[in-house]
Design a protein around this ligand. Sequence first.
Ligand code: NAD
Length: 370
Amino acid sequence: MTTHSLLLLPGDGIGPEVMAQVERVIAFFGKRGKASFKTETALVGGAAYDKHGVAVTDETVAKAQTVDAILFGSVGGPKWDKVAYEHRPEAGLLRLRKDLDLFANLRPAICYPALAEASSLKRELVEGLDILILRELTGGTYFGEPKEIVTLENGQRRGVDTTVYTTGEIERIARVAFDLARKRSGKVHSAEKRNVMVTGLLWNQVVTALHAKEGQGIKLEHILADACAMQLVRNPKQFDVIVCDNLFGDMLSDEAAMLTGSIGMLPSASLGAPDPKTGKRKALYEPVHGSAPDIAGQGSANPIAAIASYGMALRYSCDMPHEADMIDKAIAGTLARGFRTSDIMQPNMRKVGTADMGTAILEELATVAK
Ligand code: NAD
């Protein structure tokens, strides 16, 4: 039987609360006997700073390099607002992304039928929506040099960000897009601004060339990033996989997220390159939401994003797509039965806390497993 190693990094605020529910779901799949899970837990973010003086220790990063998947909760909170910039809680997550070279960020936007009313769009536009935004995470405008504010001779100040991409960086993210699309509907939209940015022009050329070489069976369409933003609110179901750079991905994934209702519902994955020997990718899975200090400690946080993130780990790191589908079905079933945490509460539904939502999903999993 295969054993999958998981490093759990619950972090701060509601992170440990939602991770406790993830552990129950891991135990459920461990008991089913198809695969076993070896878990280890470590501190990250403010919790790591309080104990070790850094947002993540070298030891934890070394461990993260060796496991099949990292399950991350959330970091940050007002308690650490005055901590030195390099030791702020978020630095722990950024170091993990950088040291593990997690360049591919997957953000699914799924609209469960039971929550279609919570979207800002009409039900018919979003019901059954299932799209995947693939964002390049380690290059582009957020990391390009120079990145500076300089004072000019005339006394004005000038801020500079540099957008820079190499062929290799574009190829590797486009390859991930094609691989993902093969397991879905086979359709990829590549979004850039080739009309006004040379990085957009290069992006378009490289994606087109890679498609000709490696994109058998994939239908590729190019779209300007601003048109993509518009189409996402006009007719989101026309999309399946959307691949884009770091900056546009940041915007488009947040826009797509809001189509689905609540931030407490959204999982994500960040993947590295496949290991040349094993083919396995380094991978970190986390809910999109933060540590929600306003509700931390109340037992009211929605654990669905964290549980769905574990579902993504089953799909992309453990080669257990059937079990990942079971989690998606169990979440849909739980919502259809009327269970709601306060963030997704609707009239005549049953309001539950974090642990009760976890219990309801486990009950539904048991039914789905039959
Ligand atoms: P947030 O996502 O923590 O919270 C935004 C709002 O959504 C809050 O009202 C919160 O109560 C609610 N919310 C979030 N997750 C929820 C859940 N699972 N269930 C129910 N309600 C939920 O964003 P924020 O308030 O901007 O940031 C709070 C802290 O989290 C900050 O320190 C920020 O830096 C940090 N943060 C961390 C990450 C991360 O760890 N990846 C991401 C975003 C923000």
